[in-house]
Design a protein around this ligand. Structure first.
Ligand SMILES: [Zn+2]
Length: 103
């Protein structure tokens, strides 16, 4: 075992009394490194699962507490509860107006 290079198919071919030891296309699976012919699904006669599309585009559009606090800060500036510079007040007005919460 220790003399094997890292990425070698470790499937035991019982009928030939040897390990596969193929190095082409070897990937790590739960039982260890396996070539495409000896993946857990291939051994059960199943097709490999195709790679998925990844995360959906809107996966991170949840309103974060940071954004919420910015909006509440803008409301406070517009209502006069919180001080801000002239530019900050203008930005707050834009934010509040775009959300339609003030008018
Ligand atoms: Zn193999």
């Amino acid at each position: 075992m220790s003399e094997q290079p890292a990425r070698v198919c470790g499937h035991w071919i019982g009928s030939e009394h040897r390990y596969c030891r193929t190095t082409d296309g070897v990937r790590h699976y739960l039982p260890g490194y396996r070539c495409p012919a000896h993946t857990p699904r291939a051994l059960r006669g199943l097709a490999e699962i195709p790679p998925g599309p990844g995360l959906p585009a809107g996966a991170w559009t949840t309103v974060s507490p940071l954004n919420e606090s910015r909006v509440h800060g803008a409301l406070a500036i517009v209502s006069g509860k919180r001080r801000a510079s002239q530019a900050g007040r203008r930005a707050a007005l834009t934010v509040v107006a775009s959300r339609g919460e003030w008018l």
